[in-house]
Design a protein around this ligand. Structure first.
Ligand SMILES: [Zn+2]
Length: 201
């Protein structure tokens, strides 16, 4: 919140000085913007207050246009970098109204699940030695993105030895982290090129 207030002055000149503080903020904004269109009008959401953090300076501008520009720039970076950046911003779960007795009232967001599945394939194609069994790779990546799952437990069920599992977990996490880091660098450069990033100082 204080952060928001501190930046209030900058908002006035948003069109001259860029809109987003960082690449992360731009992605967050675009993802929030596209998902909220299903729930309620984008404008109503943008006006909900400072806690969302990414609506700053965008109320008076064309939010849909800004979100579209962010997505267009995202599509210019490497696909896997794009995938990892988006995955980190997706809602991991959503409400479920199936009413089955086993239902906990929520389910994994199918888009998040699909993204993690793709990244599980990516790490298998990238790493040597190849981390075994997709189910295990998925668990590692799910956990990386904050989902409550225990990759070591999954490895145990799959009869992957603990020491090997730990090595693979380290390698997979590093692979995803590097992808994320390089993606942010590439995306920041793109945003900066088109003047959407605020200049520090
Ligand atoms: Zn359900």
């Amino acid at each position: 919140m204080t952060e928001h207030n501190a930046n209030h002055k900058v908002t006035m000149n948003a069109t001259q000085t860029g809109i987003f503080k960082s690449a992360q903020e731009a992605i967050m904004f675009a993802c929030n913007f596209s998902s909220q269109q299903y729930a309620m009008s984008p404008m109503a959401k943008l006006l909900q207050g400072p806690s969302r953090g990414s609506g700053r300076g965008l109320v008076g501008l064309d939010g849909a246009g800004q979100a579209g520009m962010v997505f267009a720039e995202l599509q210019r970076i490497d696909y896997w970098q794009l995938a990892v950046l988006i995955t980190g911003k997706l809602a991991r779960s959503e409400r479920c109204d199936c009413r089955r007795s086993c239902c906990r009232g929520w389910k994994l967001n199918p888009i998040f699940e699909e993204a993690v599945n793709q990244l599980a394939d990516y790490v298998a194609l990238t790493l040597t030695p190849v981390p075994p069994v997709k189910e295990f790779r998925v668990a590692v990546i799910m956990k990386y993105f904050g989902e409550k799952t225990d990759p070591l437990e999954v490895a145990k069920h799959l009869e992957i030895k603990k020491a090997a599992a730990e090595r693979h977990i380290t390698a997979i996490r590093k692979c995803i982290r590097d992808l994320e880091k390089n993606g942010l660098t590439a995306f920041s450069e793109r945003l900066d090129d088109i003047g959407m990033l605020m200049r520090a100082g």
